[in-house]
Design a protein around this ligand. Structure first.
Ligand code: 6R9
Length: 664
């Protein structure tokens, strides 16, 4: 039966159309685990007695030793600590695999859909996944990997990526997944920062029919300084493409794994032992190694997954993210598998071989829960309704988005066209640092407003602060902070605890600072307005302006560079670079291309500047600070909104930048 949302238009001319309310569809409300009254009651309980609330939620996991303590937290800098379930013991792979063997051994854990639709999809049962994880875990132990060692994974979206994460978890090794689109330089930085002992990669990846030379990138990375810690490189045969094997360092994955026993004693981990490191961009040039621990993270990833998607036993859950990002960690691997769900892993891209691909995959595998990024929705929306409408999609029940603010127009298209007006859209706001959903609708409980992430998840206490640090009440706009800890919170920046404290807890003392701007409306709904720090969100990926700037200035012809974001129709934000050349160099089209290519090879294609403008000088204050506010306005093509430029050392710089700005 189909249920169509009723829409109650808000009255009042001042209300934008995005304020239109989409009530919970009746059929969804009737069947949902968490209904409207439940949300209010449970949310209140979760704040009133967090120990009782999160103690109970933790029972959803299998503990080798049940925790008697729940929360041990203080954001006070004098007495700072974040610990959850601190005397509990568990193993994440046991929770994602062994625990399900009895009741769900033959249930499909993973469906793998290849880049090329002609390649037969794979269905991996919980039993088979368990055996594959155990074999690799044994192989890793034989190769000398021990509890606490770091293992870097640089893999395409193939089953082995999930196997590798869980195999590390099984033996207590800390995985650091590096997105397959990153360059050798970026791999080397991440390997050096955490001192990885072993890398697991593949011969090549394939996306949209194009090969990605993963093994060759690892080879290039390991020639760079700081990577001597790596003893072994395991190479998965995926495409069969030719690669150079450097013995004894490089080993074929199948050769060391296939003969291993299919069972493996799991390491008993303390709840606060590290599970993984995931690097993410911040305001400085050096990515931060966000560290998550075992107990709290797994409780939070699995519980948010079950609630935000109103998970049922027979659901087929598809998150289109790459496992190289936190969304893939929490909602392809740890959340769904801890919940005994069936998760789909897709190797390809939305528009290959054509723009119907996502929906063909939905139909082929009868996907019920679909989770993607606004940038993908906008890109597909541009191709019109026909590629969607020629598919069935009647299996879909709930749609989700993540990664960046979704504009109401794209939200409505997703709801009306993709979901045929029957599937609630859960717009989930969260971060690498938060481990799981923080502000999100619950499909059976929350009336929706297109563009709003709506209301906080259980136990999450968001607040909006003004620039003076005062917490604002009621309708307000300012910076988003979180007042208290939640189990999935990151615990440290790997190897640099001070940086963790400085980045997140010093701006507004006593709170966790998210780096996002936010508005709260009269109904208490949250509207994320985007980053307020020097981070650009390109297609849902975080890129630090400082990283792009240091890539640019590493080119011998560049004297100085400043990078800002600008609004982009499909990517959300694009990258705009201002470049000052060293004396005597002339900026031309060839050099522009060369510099863009240089950034790609330094960081990766996701960091390519969309626009690169030659800047004879950059607008600086008398103390030498670049005034990015002005550069942002020029990049936005809003030269009439530059504001006060009187504090500039040389105001004439601005005129020339405005005159030569690169507008579409
Ligand atoms: C999960 C993830 C985090 C940043 C975050 C914010 C933006 C994510 C959002 C959203 C508006 C949403 N963001 N989800 N903005 N609405 N539903 O994306 O983690 O890669 O660390 O990015 O993404 O700016 O601060 P991460």
């Amino acid at each position: 039966m189909r249920h169509t949302c009723r829409r109650t238009a808000d009255s009042g001319a001042a209300m934008s159309s995005s304020q239109t309310l989409y009530p919970v569809p009746e059929g969804i409300a009737a069947a949902a685990t968490i209904g409207k009254d439940d949300y209010a009651r449970l949310y209140a309980e979760s704040l009133r007695d967090p120990d009782a609330f999160w103690g109970k939620v933790a029972e959803r996991l299998h503990w080798a030793r049940k925790p008697t303590q729940v929360r041990d937290v203080s954001f006070d800098l004098e007495d700072f600590r974040i610990r959850w379930y601190a005397d509990g013991e568990l193993n994440a792979s046991v929770n994602c695999l062994d625990r399900h063997l009895e009741a769900r051994g033959d249930k499909t854990a993973l469906i793998w859909e290849a880049d090329d639709p002609a390649v037969e999809p794979q269905h991996v049962s919980y039993r088979e996944l368990h055996a594959r994880v155990c074999r690799l875990a044994n192989a890793l132990r034989n190769l000398g990997v021990k509890k606490g060692d770091r293992v870097t994974l640089y893999l395409p979206m193939i089953v082995e990526a999930t196997v590798a994460m869980l195999a590390c978890a099984r033996i207590g090794a800390i995985h650091s997944v590096v997105f397959g689109g990153f360059s050798p330089n970026s791999i080397a930085d991440r390997v050096a920062d955490c001192g990885s002992k072993l890398i697991i990669t593949a011969d090549e990846g394939v996306r949209g029919g194009k090969k990605i030379p993963l093994k060759a990138n690892v080879d290039a990375a390991l020639k760079l300084p700081g990577t001597n810690s790596v003893e072994t490189v395991l190479v998965v045969r995926h495409t069969g493409g030719a690669v150079e094997m450097q013995m004894p360092r490089d080993r074929w994955y199948d050769a060391v794994v296939d003969d291993q026993p299919a069972t493996c004693e799991p390491e008993r981990m303390n709840a606060e032992d590290p599970l993984f490191i995931l690097y993410t961009s911040g305001s400085t040039g050096k990515p931060k190694g966000v560290l998550h621990t075992t107990g709290g993270y797994l409780v939070f990833a699995s519980y948010t997954h079950a609630c935000a998607f109103d998970l049922r036993e027979d659901d087929i859950f598809w998150c289109t993210a790459d496992v190289g990002w936190v969304t893939g960690h929490s909602y392809i691997v740890y959340g769904p598998l801890a919940n005994g769900a069936t998760a789909l892993m897709f190797e390809g891209v939305p528009n290959y071989p054509d723009n119907s691909r996502f929906w063909q995959v939905v139909d082929r595998h009868q996907v019920t829960l679909f989770y993607t990024a606004p940038t993908a929705i906008r890109a597909l929306m541009r191709e019109g309704d026909a590629p969607v409408k020629k598919t069935d999609r009647s299996s879909l029940r709930i749609l989700g988005t993540v990664g960046e603010p979704i504009n109401p127009e794209a939200w409505r298209w997703y709801f009306d066209v993709v979901g045929d007006g029957r599937c609630p859209v859960v717009d989930t706001w969260w971060q690498t640092e938060t481990g799981g959903h923080m502000i999100t609708p619950l499909p059976g409980a929350t009336d929706l407003k297109p563009g709003s992430a709506t209301l906080p998840f259980f136990g999450v206490r968001p607040a909006i602060v003004g620039t003076d640090g005062k917490v604002l009440e009621g309708e307000a706009e300012g910076n988003l902070v979180i007042l208290d800890s939640w189990p999935g919170q990151m615990r440290t920046v790997y190897g640099d605890h001070q940086r963790f404290i400085d980045t997140y807890f010093k701006t507004y003392p006593g709170t966790y600072f998210t780096g996002d701007g936010c508005r709260r409306d009269a109904d208490g709904y949250y509207w994320i307005t985007g980053r307020v720090d020097d981070v650009i969100n390109v297609s849902g990926h975080r890129i630090g302006t400082a990283e792009v700037e240091s890539a640019l200035v590493s080119h011998p012809k560049v004297a100085e560079a400043a990078v800002v974001g600008f609004p982009h129709d499909v990517k959300g934000q694009g990258i705009y670079a201002y470049v000052t050349l060293v004396a005597g160099e002339q900026g031309g089209e060839d050099l522009r291309k060369e510099l863009v290519a240089h950034v790609r090879s330094e960081i990766g294609p996701i960091a390519s500047p969309d626009h690169l403008q030659w800047a004879p000088g950059l607008p600086k204050t008398r103390s030498g600070k670049i005034m990015r506010r002005i550069l942002r306005k020029i990049a936005e093509d809003a030269p009439d909104q530059l504001g006060d430029t009187s504090t500039l050392a040389d105001p004439s710089v601005v005129e020339s930048l405005v005159k030569d700005r690169r507008v579409p």
